[in-house]
Design a protein around this ligand. Structure first.
Ligand SMILES: *[C@@H]1O[C@H](CO)[C@@H](O)[C@H](O)[C@H]1NC(C)=O
Ligand SMILES: *[C@@H]1O[C@H](CO)[C@@H](O)[C@H](O)[C@H]1NC(C)=O
Ligand SMILES: *[C@@H]1O[C@H](CO)[C@@H](O)[C@H](O)[C@H]1NC(C)=O
Ligand SMILES: *[C@@H]1O[C@H](CO)[C@@H](O)[C@H](O)[C@H]1NC(C)=O
Ligand SMILES: *[C@@H]1O[C@H](CO)[C@@H](O)[C@H](O)[C@H]1NC(C)=O
Ligand SMILES: *[C@@H]1O[C@H](CO)[C@@H](O)[C@H](O)[C@H]1NC(C)=O
Ligand SMILES: *[C@@H]1O[C@H](CO)[C@@H](O)[C@H](O)[C@H]1NC(C)=O
Length: 499
């Protein structure tokens, strides 16, 4: 008996090296990043993060057998990435593609990669259309929260505060169309609400009278446009006394929140004081940033690398944004998935299998936990900022929304009064539900009692049936401007708004 168990121990010791699956494999990685530093995801900013991840993986006991050969290719947000992929693949197809970030460029690359069975991980491609992974985007994993994930924050707020209508107000550049895609995510997520849209072209003079006229009929205004344009709209609204709590104003600023929150109302002109008061009713939805000790090292090294590359014309050149973080974590995610797939007997060439191991999993990223949903899209955490000190005009995060469990976390600075629509809607608003603390999941719905629940269902049905009016306002200049309209070149990122 004793002898038998000793034999067992020996057997186990013999088996152990086999069980650790120490693979060796060369992996060709193709990375698409723009050279132009005006992009937050330019080569100068992001490449050091990818190389950092490469070194980290090299030091990992289990994954050190993977040799990542990283090739950087240009991207110009138009066609460069696609051409580079095709040209390179004549000799050898890559095993993994990172990027591109820009929607239209990503669409072409992801289609081809999916056809060739190559996994693509991007910290971009955030548009709603990429959520459909059934065919042409089947091999895409999105390592940054998409616009639809951002929109969950709004759905949760609308349900909690019983808001019913919104105006989506955005500036459209007709090139990369970031604001269009940002608000399209909200449009996509909220079919049960009364949503209108109002677009104006970049560079066009703002017709604030027309805009305010459209705001009149709605409760909530959600904006995506340049900081100066936001100020223009807010000042005009303030002059019409629309910033007294009768309307909710939001702006979506995912990537540059700190400078925004630092008080973007200030311009040093005679309108500063008015702007400060107006901004007291403007709330900002932004990405929730987390930090952990490990992140500090990473952050320091990114700063050093970008400085070494001679990039210091801006304040935030070396700061770690969502793209920098995302592409770092993309390398880790791929390595984990490849290791798992190989353990199950698949090769690095089986993109479908490797992609499936990246989805529906949570792992430790450089800044905190990264959770990828069953559809291969990252769950997002977002912060809600409001002006908490009107005298000083300073902003603070008042609530966080967690995408993994669909809950709000209210911070001490939160005031539910601030988010309650005043006066104008009192007469015909539903009974405000004061008892319901925001601690409960807002996504699960606010059904308080059978009667109220039924009443709400009927209301929603009614709204869906009769009130889903969409007005897409297009100016004359826009209609003449079709040559510039990227939609024509790339009609397959089909979008709800422009259909
Ligand atoms: C895996 O192999 C590498 C070298 O090929 C070695 O340095 C490392 O210690 C091995 N890891 C394990 C867990 O055996
Ligand atoms: C970089 O992009 C900006 C904004 O899109 C543009 O104005 C500038 O000309 C570009 N620079 C180069 C070198 O292409
Ligand atoms: C806010 O101003 C609007 C006019 O834009 C007015 O109808 C409303 O009664 C005012 N509400 C409060 C609370 O002062
Ligand atoms: C961030 O916002 C500020 C003010 O709106 C702007 O001056 C700056 O260029 C922005 N930075 C980036 C990287 O977009
Ligand atoms: C890749 O893996 C899938 C299972 O995910 C399998 O059905 C398929 O046959 C594999 N393809 C190749 C080329 O090995
Ligand atoms: C996702 O993962 C969970 C556990 O991690 C599992 O229970 C569930 O079945 C998975 N879903 C799919 C669609 O694979
Ligand atoms: C939701 O997730 C966040 C972060 O992952 C966590 O802090 C919070 O406690 C969770 N809330 C619930 C109700 O599970």
């Amino acid at each position: 008996m004793l002898c038998f168990s000793t034999l067992c121990v020996y057997l186990l010791m013999l088996l152990k090296p086999v069980l650790t699956f120490n693979f060796t494999e060369n992996i060709e990685v193709l990375v698409f990043l723009p050279q132009n530093n005006s992009y937050l995801f330019s080569h100068t900013r992001v490449a050091p993060a990818i190389l950092y991840a490469q070194r980290r993986l090299q030091a990992d006991a289990q994954l050190s057998g993977f040799r990542f050969n990283i090739h950087f290719e240009k991207s110009d947000c138009v066609n460069d990435a696609l051409f580079a992929l095709v040209d390179r693949s004549c000799e050898q197809k890559p095993d993994l593609i990172l990027g591109p970030v820009c929607e239209y460029e990503a669409a072409a690359v992801v289609r081809l990669a999916s056809h060739w069975n190559i996994p693509v991980i991007s910290a971009g491609a955030l548009a709603a259309a990429f959520s459909n992974k059934n065919s042409e985007f089947s091999h895409l994993t999105r390592i940054a929260p998409s616009y639809v994930k951002m929109a969950e924050t709004f759905t949760a707020m609308f349900e909690h505060f019983s808001w019913k209508s919104a105006l989506l107000l955005y500036e459209d550049d007709k090139e990369e169309r970031n604001c269009f895609f940002t608000l399209e995510g909200i449009y996509h997520m909220m079919p049960d609400f009364n949503i209108k849209t109002y677009a104006f072209s970049q560079g066009e003079r703002l017709d604030t009278d027309d805009i305010l006229h459209n705001i009149h009929e709605t409760e909530v205004v959600i904006m995506c446009m340049g900081a100066d344009r936001i100020r223009e709209v807010m000042l005009a609204a303030h002059r019409r006394q629309m910033t007294n709590g009768s309307y909710m104003f939001f702006n979506v600023d995912l990537f540059n929140a700190s400078s925004y929150g630092d008080g973007s109302w200030k311009r040093g002109d005679k309108y500063d004081n008015d702007a400060k008061q107006a901004y007291a009713s403007l709330n900002t939805v932004t990405l929730l940033r987390t930090v952990k000790p490990e992140f500090e090292d990473f952050s320091m090294e990114m700063k050093t690398s970008t400085r070494k590359a001679g990039f210091h014309e801006c304040d935030d050149c070396g700061s770690v944004n969502m793209f920098v973080e995302g592409f770092h974590d993309a390398m880790l995610l791929y390595a984990i998935a490849l290791h798992e797939a190989m353990k199950n007997g698949y090769s690095k060439k089986n993109g479908t299998e490797i992609t499936s191991h990246m989805w529906n999993r949570t792992f430790e990223g450089i800044a905190g936990q990264v959770s990828i949903d069953v559809n291969g899209d990252r769950n997002g955490d977002f912060s809600l900022m409001t002006m908490t000190n009107v005298k000083a005009g300073t902003y603070e995060v008042v609530a966080n929304y967690f995408g993994t469990n669909g809950t709000f976390q209210l911070l001490p600075a939160f005031s539910s009064d601030h988010f309650t629509l005043k006066e104008r809607f009192k007469q015909h608003a539903e009974i405000p539900d004061q008892s319901c603390g925001l601690g409960v999941s807002a996504l699960t719905g606010v059904i308080v009692g059978g009667v109220l629940g039924a009443a709400m269902l009927i209301t929603f049905y009614f709204f869906r049936k009769n009130y889903r009016i969409t007005i897409e306002r297009r100016t004359h200049s826009e209609e003449c401007d079709t040559g510039k309209h990227r939609q024509l070149r790339e009609d397959s990122i089909r979008s709800n708004l422009s259909a």
